[in-house]
Every structure is written in structure tokens, then in C-alpha cells.
Ligand binder design. Structure first.
Ligand SMILES: Cc1ncc(COP(=O)(O)O)c(C=O)c1O
Length: 379
């Protein structure tokens, strides 16, 4: 079978010179995203202040992201980084005795652990669910989430090895203990379908520079509306208020839903990029992207096994994203040497991550694996 998205490849100039497989870090830049960045820049350069237009773009990006995850626009805040979004969230809890436990997992991105550990001095009792063989069984949630758990934080997909968790099953367990479920979807949003209602997710964060085809500076924070309205973040600002246009310094009145988590002026140039990127994703369809990438994943798993190279995490396509991590000594050095051959992948500790998106072909994945094996074998 040929590549079903061949006609999109010309939108990504880097694909004509590189084998680009680093969507787990930064996806390839598409022409429409690049044009949106230029549009913002050009407007500023030639016509000056463009506040209203830029705020319209923030609204449109929020709406499109909400649509992609099955939420209402008021349930989505537009922020700059996942770390900022989670930190804001952390300031909105009171960590009362008896309901102050925050659970993270060893498979979370480190920033998640750092932020919750920093809340210990405000009363949070933080613990970690350990992984075994680089996966986490849902029974572990059953055991470790207890009735004093305020919040359970899980990654949808693990940044290190692409392990994908069953969020619906985890939500059932977490909610049966009266805990809230927080999902870090930075490594899944844009290529794995998410429906916050069907999956019963309370809070979700996702930045745009990885599989959502954007650039750094825009992150979305989803919070279920009735939950958001019970929370008052201590990290706030004028754009998080109910009536931003009042300029009333004496009145603190949190905005509707998740909007109260917004603070000051967002990075407009990044929001322009995010909006164009989300429109492109929408036109291809996240469900279609997921179906194609499952095929690519099956291929990569089989080909890697055939070549005798060790793969981290689940070996079953059902429990993984398209990100495949191959164990390699000196991973950073190998990443650098592959880059010299115009193959862009991403190293973490002891693995090389090959992270295709819909614009990649199986042949590119095969070529990257072959070149990786040659380097491992000292050729
Ligand atoms: C799963 C995941 N969460 C969070 C982050 C950190 O995001 P930010 O730098 O926007 O805080 C990353 C970055 O790589 C990530 O992969």
C-alpha cells in the first residue's frame, strides 16, 4: 500500500531534504503554519498593533482544540507551556488533611513530578506509581489510588517509550476512589483520538509543538466546566478575569470555566501557528492519522524485531503510540551522527526515539532503523 498522505508531503519542506522522525520533540513545520507565522509578523511590521485580530485567533485556536478533544471552548485555557499550566492548576487546590494525596507515575514527564513535589510545602502528599518492565498495569492504579487521593496524574502516552494507557479504564478506577484524573496528553494530542467526555477526563494538558504541528509557546489546559468553577488559581492575571475589558484593579472575579486559568498576553505568534496547525490536523482527521500510524507502528515493531534490536515498553500496538524507542548505548551521540546523515530522531538517556507522523512513510522508518543498526554495529 502506498502512502495515503503523499499529497500532503509537499507541505512540509524539510521532508525533501531530511528523514524527519522527531514528532515526539518537534514536528516538521508545515507551509500553512509557516505562513501563519509570517502573517502575524507581517501585520506587526506593516500595520502595527493587531490586538483584536490576535485575540480572535486565540479564540479560534481554543475552539478548534476544544472540538478536537470533544470539549466546550469555555473548558479550555490557552497558556504558554505545559509546566505553566500544571503549576497554575497546582495553586488552585487546598490540600486538606484526609484529601491531600497527589499521585504521579514514573512514566510522567519529569516536569509533572517536579511541580507536584514543589507543592509539598503547601500540604500535598506526593507519591509515585512505579513502572515495571517500562509499563504500568491498571491494577496498580487499583492498589495505589486511595480514598485520600485528591488527584491522579497520568501520561496518556509516555514520552520515553510511547507506552499508551487506557484512559477510560484508569478514569473508572480513579473516580471510584473519588479522585480527580489529570492527563498529560502532550505526547498523544494530534495523532491519537481523545474525547474528554467519553474518557471521563477531569483535567488535560497538551502543548502544540509535538504532534499538534505547532511551535513552542502555546499549550491548552482543559478542565471540566463544573470543576473549573470550583477552583481559584493563585497564579492569575487580567485575562483570567470575568470582564477583562473593565480594567478594574479592585475586583478579582475569576472568568468562566477554564478561562480563569489564563493570565496575561499569550504568545500571539505561537497561537497563529497553533491555529493553522490545528486546522491542518482537522482537515486530515486525527482518527485517520491514528489508523495510518498504527500500521506504521506494526511495521516498525516487526522490522525492529526482525533486525534483533531491543524495543522499550509494550510490544503490542494496542498499548503504544507511533513513538518507538530503541535501546542504544551513547544515544545522544547516535542522535548526532544520524543528524549528520540528515536523519532527525530524538535521544533520551539510553534510547533513540523514532517518532513518525502522518506525513512520514514506512520507507523512511525502515531507512532510519537500517542506519541506526549500522551505527550500532560500528559501520
Ligand atoms: C509528556 C510531556 N509533558 C510535558 C512536557 C513539558 O512541556 P513544557 O516544556 O511545555 O512544560 C513534555 C516535553 O517534552 C512532554 O513530553
Amino acid at each position: 500500500m502506498g502512502h495515503p498522505y503523499d499529497s500532503y508531503r509537499s507541505l512540509f519542506p524539510i521532508l525533501s531534504t531530511h528523514v524527519y522522525l522527531a514528532s515526539c520533540s518537534q514536528s516538521a513545520l508545515a507551509q500553512p503554519v509557516s505562513h501563519a507565522i509570517e502573517e502575524y509578523h507581517h501585520h506587526l511590521l506593516t500595520r502595527g498593533n493587531n490586538w483584536s485580530l490576535a485575540m480572535e485567533r486565540v479564540k479560534a485556536a481554543r475552539r478548534r482544540f476544544a472540538d478536537i478533544i470533544g470539549a466546550e471552548p469555555d473548558e479550555v485555557a490557552v497558556l504558554s507551556s505545559a509546566s505553566d499550566a500544571i503549576s497554575s492548576l497546582a495553586t488552585s487546590f487546598s490540600y486538606q488533611q484526609g484529601k491531600n494525596k497527589v499521585i504521579c507515575t514514573e512514566m510522567d514527564f519529569p516536569t509533572v513530578g517536579h511541580i507536584w513535589l514543589a507543592q509539598r510545602k503547601f500540604g500535598a502528599n506526593v507519591s509515585f506509581i512505579r513502572s515495571s518492565n517500562e509499563i504500568i498495569d491498571t491494577e496498580q492504579y487499583e492498589k495505589e489510588v486511595t480514598h485520600d487521593t485528591l488527584l491522579t496524574c497520568v501520561p496518556h502516552v509516555c514520552y520515553y517509550n510511547g507506552y499508551k494507557q487506557d484512559l477510560g479504564e484508569i478514569a473508572d478506577i480513579v473516580h471510584s476512589k473519588n479522585s480527580l484524573l489529570f492527563v498529560d496528553a502532550y505526547q498523544s494530542a494530534g495523532h491519537i483520538p481523545i474525547n474528554v467526555r467519553e474518557m471521563d477526563i477531569d483535567i488535560l494538558v497538551a502543548g502544540t509543538r509535538k504532534y499538534m504541528l505547532g511551535i513552542p509557546g502555546t499549550t491548552f489546559l482543559y478542565i471540566k466546566k463544573n470543576l473549573a468553577e470550583r477552583l481559584e488559581p493563585r497564579v492569575t492575571g487580567w485575562l483570567g478575569q470575568e470582564k477583562t475589558a473593565m480594567f478594574d484593579i479592585y475586583k478579582l472575579a475569576p472568568g468562566v470555566g477554564a478561562r480563569r486559568f489564563e493570565t496575561g498576553t499569550p504568545s500571539f505568534i505561537s497561537v497563529y501557528a497553533a491555529h493553522a496547525a490545528l486546522e491542518l490536523l482537522h482537515s486530515v482527521g486525527v482518527h485517520n492519522i491514528y489508523a495510518y500510524l498504527q500500521e506504521v507502528t506494526c511495521f516498525a515493531l516487526e522490522y525492529g524485531r526482525e533486525k534483533g534490536i531491543c524495543i522499550s515498553g509494550s510490544q503490542s500496538v494496542e498499548y503504544r503510540s507511533s513513538l518507538i524507542s530503541f535501546y542504544v548505548e551513547n544515544a545522544s551521540e547516535v542522535e548526532r551522527r544520524l543528524k549528520e546523515k540528515n536523519i532527525v530522531v530524538s535521544a533520551r538517556n539510553d534510547v533513540i526515539r523514532i517518532a513518525p507522523h502522518f506525513y512520514n512513510t514506512k520507507e523512511e522508518v525502515r531507512y532510519a532503523i537500517d542506519e541506526l543498526i549500522d551505527l550500532i554495529n560500528g559501520r
